[in-house]
Design a protein around this ligand. Structure first.
Ligand code: HEM
Length: 181
């Protein structure tokens, strides 16, 4: 299936794995944030952070794969401004997919709450304890999150427009089961 006109299986697999993981971690983040303090809330915070750090590592892996495996060329009748906008949005998504978890890790470090990956691997605190900085980074984490959510909606909307209106294979290249046999 790996041809010049489609993404590699690895790129497709990483795309959907990271997409599902981010949507789940985002939902968990919103839900846990509103909970009253309890051992269950602390457990959800730990799961959120394990998932967030795992996403950070998966996105790094995805970036290495993207830089070593050329994606398919955009469909031919595509205005230059649209091609540049799509490419710009893709790179901004990569940046936010790294900045969101990194801002969470920095926030936890500044709040003096260690991150122990899956309860076994203690991760280094990236910053010294600083209450004011911790609160600022909480706002940064939230702002990056909602910026990423907005961009993901535009990204998904554009893919659906290509499939349903332009009737080209932009979406099918990332969702091969949509391809006409
Ligand atoms: C792609 C990965 C991640 C996503 C999508 C994500 C998303 C979110 C969201 C939506 C919130 C709720 C924001 C609010 O309503 O104020 C949140 C809160 C939080 N996140 Fe993340 N996060 C990610 C990674 C991380 C990482 C890696 C850590 C730490 C190692 C982390 C630590 C936290 C903490 C501690 C809170 C709660 C802040 C508070 O209530 O004081 N997050 N996250």
């Amino acid at each position: 299936m790996d041809t010049a006109n489609s993404y590699t299986r690895t790129a497709i697999g990483l795309h959907w794995l990271v997409a599902v993981a981010i949507v789940g971690t985002f939902g968990l983040g919103l839900y846990m944030h509103e909970l009253p303090f309890s051992p269950d809330k602390l457990k959800l915070y730990a799961w959120h952070k394990w998932a967030g750090v795992s996403i950070f590592l998966l996105v790094l892996l995805r970036l290495v794969w993207r830089l070593t495996h050329r994606p398919p060329a955009p469909p031919a009748p595509m205005p230059a401004w649209q091609r540049r906008a799509a490419e710009g949005a893709h790179w901004l998504l990569y940046l936010l997919m790294l900045a969101v978890p990194l801002s969470g890790w920095l926030m936890s470090s500044a709040k003096g709450v260690p991150t122990v990956w899956f309860g076994v691997l203690p991760l280094p605190d990236l910053l010294a304890k600083d209450k004011a900085l911790g609160e600022l980074l909480e706002t940064v984490h939230k702002t990056f999150n909602f910026t990423m959510a907005g961009l993901v909606l535009v990204h998904a909307g554009a893919a659906l427009k290509h499939h349903l209106i332009n009737r080209d294979d932009v979406l099918a290249r990332m969702l091969p089961m949509l391809k006409k046999p």
